[in-house]
Design a binder for this molecule. Structure first.
Ligand SMILES: [Zn+2]
Length: 416
């Protein structure tokens, strides 16, 4: 009996971990709660696209990856949820300061947000990564605080003098901060939450009465138009536009008072949100909503085109392989892993590269390609660009590559 008692907390911990790790099929809209869901895209089973392993022989879990549409609020979301503890581990190797393009974008973000919001108090960033964006706000004389669950990046941020808490954005973090924020920002983070009701409650308790929340996310209309199906992976739960966001924030007693569109990550939109009636509304949102057309027929056509894209990409790679060319995946972002695993392109590739030293020497998830540096790419090699959102910069950094394969909107070859 005593032994059982001793064992109980241990077993309890394991059970809790199993329950939190594999959440399963998503049967309700994550933003509005509706059960009127229409699944339209099935990409098969995929491993976690951010788990770059040191040992390719380690067993690897895979989970269903697909998308469904909410007929009530027009949200596109995953069909299957994997727990956050499993997804955002210390192996999460994205450093936001790594590209020049991103760095320029953060400056524009800070300038634009400060111009619209004119914050005077604390600025909090959710998913603050290595602190690159917060630094821009700090340079404007504002007090900043970051929140990120990944220890590897929060250590980098804290060393730079950006106070950063290593945690998810939750109730405990809000009490640890202990005061109100005049501005809360989240770039590329809103699509990565797993409980939108809790998120809403925590935002409201952290945000000052006249405070502003700014969320920047990839835009659903670019996702559809530019065939960005590779941006579908388990950490990226939502594919949203203004219509679902508007409904969601209205439910919280808040409203979107301005919107801006930016080219980052293949096309993103930046929403300015405040408590209802606190800020003057611009016309930008209304104008954009009219052009936002997401429905079953548009998404069904998108799904057919995804399959055609796969055939087209394999046809191109197969041709180069038959000519005896060395083909290398250039850059190894999470989205590239969906592309490689879904299309089967991995078997045509000699290896992959990445600018991040944290990824070099590791293996891509599912396809197990060794990640090297760009300097290891031999002359005459064909480069399959995976981080297409940074293509111009990557092209400039790799003058030795004369032939590129670009996977979207329709796979094509670009000779330099
Ligand atoms: Zn919905």
């Amino acid at each position: 009996m005593g032994g059982w008692r001793k064992a109980y907390p241990f077993i309890n911990r394991i059970i809790k971990r199993i329950l939190s790790n594999t959440v399963g099929k998503i049967t309700k809209c994550m933003m509005c709660g509706s059960e009127k869901l229409f699944p339209f895209l099935d990409l098969g089973f995929h491993p976690h696209s951010d788990q770059f392993r040191a040992d390719p022989m380690q067993p690897e879990m895979t989970y269903p990856l697909g998308l469904q549409f909410c007929e009530d609020c027009q949200l596109v979301q995953l069909t299957y949820l994997v727990g956050r503890e499993e997804l955002f581990t210390e192996d999460y190797l994205y450093e936001s300061s790594i590209t020049e393009t991103a760095n320029k974008h953060w400056q524009e973000f800070a300038d634009d947000v400060c111009g619209v919001v004119k914050p005077t108090g604390l600025v909090v960033e959710i998913g603050s990564n290595d602190g690159t964006l917060l630094q821009k706000f700090q340079e404007k004389g504002l007090e900043v605080m970051g929140i990120d669950p990944c220890l590897e990046v929060t250590q980098i941020a804290n060393k730079k003098g950006i106070t950063t808490l290593t945690n998810f954005f939750n109730k405990q973090v809000v009490s640890a901060i202990g005061r109100k924020a005049s501005l809360i920002i989240g770039s590329n983070v809103f699509a990565h939450l797993d409980d939108y009701q809790k998120f809403g409650r925590n935002i409201k308790s952290l945000l000052a009465d006249d405070g502003v929340l700014v969320l920047e996310s990839p835009y659903i209309m670019n996702f559809i138009k530019d065939m960005q199906y590779d941006t579908c992976y388990h950490q990226h739960m939502l594919y949203t536009g203004l219509i679902p966001m508007k409904k969601y924030f209205e439910g919280l007693g808040m409203e979107i008072f301005d919107v801006k569109f930016t080219p980052i990550h293949g096309g993103s939109f930046r929403c300015y949100i405040a408590r209802k009636g606190k800020r003057l509304q611009t016309m930008a949102e209304l104008n954009a909503i009219e052009k936002e057309i997401v429905n079953i027929s548009v998404l069904s056509e998108f799904a057919v085109n995804v399959q055609e894209n796969r055939y087209k990409l394999i046809e191109i790679l197969n041709k180069f392989a038959n000519e005896g060319k060395t083909i290398v995946a250039i850059s190894s972002p999470a989205k590239g892993q969906t592309l490689l695993n879904y299309t089967g392109a991995g078997k045509y590739l000699a290896f992959a590269t990445d600018k991040s030293k944290l990824k070099q020497g590791r293996y891509t998830p599912g396809t197990h390609l060794l990640i090297k540096s760009d300097a290891d790419v031999p002359d005459g090699a064909v480069g399959l660009i995976l981080a297409w959102n940074f293509f111009e910069e990557i092209k400039r950094n790799n003058p030795q590559i004369k032939t590129w394969v670009v996977p979207n909107p329709i796979p094509y070859v670009k000779e330099i």
